[in-house]
Design a protein around this ligand. Structure first.
Ligand code: 3HC
Length: 285
């Protein structure tokens, strides 16, 4: 099947990033946010990001207008009825995702693929909320989606070959490199990355080194583009905690026990860049 219209549910960091990537690749994108404010902030963010690329000479004005013109924001889920592929990018919570997939199953055409951007939840469980598990798969982008080249493609128990082929073609059209992964918490990247990030918080709490020195150590010692504490702030501390908890639940390894300091920051609503404070403080530009 050919994918032309892409629906995205969720206007957070990932949903907005994927909307930009898909629109740049020529897809008609309908992005659904629960609120008008969410939709407006996504449109403003897209405008800013595209303006930066025009400034850098990576896009011209006509391209910028075309990319912007291909993204429509809506608040009513029913507006996704004519999409060929819907990618969900909402909160990492299984009951919430299952409820959404049940609704999408009722709303979308029989041929539509329903994909999830989950990083740790079972795609099989999400697919079970629909009457079309063969048309459900995971398409996992990385943050920032506009820059990072990878997509993990997740085949759940009943996903069909046609669904995998169409989802792969979509991700590749978006310019991404695709790796095939099994339906297991964390897939490859997060299963390896989050124990490392969690242990960085434990080192900080244990006083082994300061925040800045931990980040400088991993940038200088491993040539990583960001230190672990900066990266946690970028991903979002609430999202990170949810990922670490899911890994801990799946593997029952004490090494995956969430760092208490991470829980405390989330409790204090210090969620990283998106809330203005996390391990670092951020001034809204
Ligand atoms: N479209 C196209 N290109 C863009 C862009 C956009 N919207 N926004 C930025 N870029 C380009 C920039 O132009 C720049 O390219 P150039 O050097 O050729 O001009 C390049 O991307 C880098 O952008 P910036 O200069 O703005 O930023 P930095 O060089 O400081 O890099 C970073 C920032 C890309 C975030 C880098 O620090 C990085 O890669 N960090 C690691 C991120 C990471 O590990 N993410 C994974 C998180 S885990 C995850 O996502 C899983 C999930 O389930 C939680």
């Amino acid at each position: 099947m050919e994918i032309k219209r892409v629906g995205i549910v969720g206007s957070g960091i990932m949903g907005s990033g994927v909307a930009e990537v898909a629109s740049k690749a020529g897809f008609e994108v309908t992005l659904r946010s629960r609120s008008d404010e969410g939709a407006q902030s996504m449109v403003a963010g897209l405008g800013k990001s595209l303006a930066k690329q025009v400034e850098k000479g990576k896009l011209d004005d006509a391209e910028r207008a075309a990319v912007q013109g291909r993204v429509r924001t809506v608040t009513d889920l029913g507006e996704l009825a004519d999409c060929d592929l819907v990618l969900e990018s909402i909160v990492e919570d299984l009951p919430t995702k299952k409820e959404l997939f049940g609704e999408l199953d009722r709303i979308c055409g029989d041929g539509a693929i329903l994909a999830t951007n989950t990083s740790t939840l079972s795609v099989k469980d999400i697919a079970g909320a629909t009457g079309r598990p063969e048309k459900v798969c995971g398409v996992h982008f990385f943050n920032p989606a506009t820059v990072l080249p990878l997509v993990e493609l997740v085949r759940a128990e009943k996903t069909s070959d046609d669904t995998i082929a169409a989802a792969r073609a979509f991700a590749e059209s978006c310019g991404k490199t695709v790796v095939d992964v099994r339906d297991q918490a964390g897939f490859v990247v997060n299963a390896l990355l989050f124990p490392y990030l969690n242990n960085a918080v434990k080192l900080l709490a244990g006083g082994v080194a300061s925040r800045d020195d931990i980040d400088a150590a991993m940038k200088g010692g491993c040539n990583f583009p960001m230190g672990p504490l900066e990266l946690l702030d970028l991903v979002g501390l609430d999202t990170s905690l949810a990922i670490i908890e899911a890994l801990h639940a799946e593997f029952e390894d004490p090494n995956y026990e969430p760092a208490p300091m991470l829980r405390d920051l989330v409790k204090d609503e210090k969620l990283g860049r998106k809330s203005g404070a996390g391990f670092y403080d951020y001034v809204k530009k």
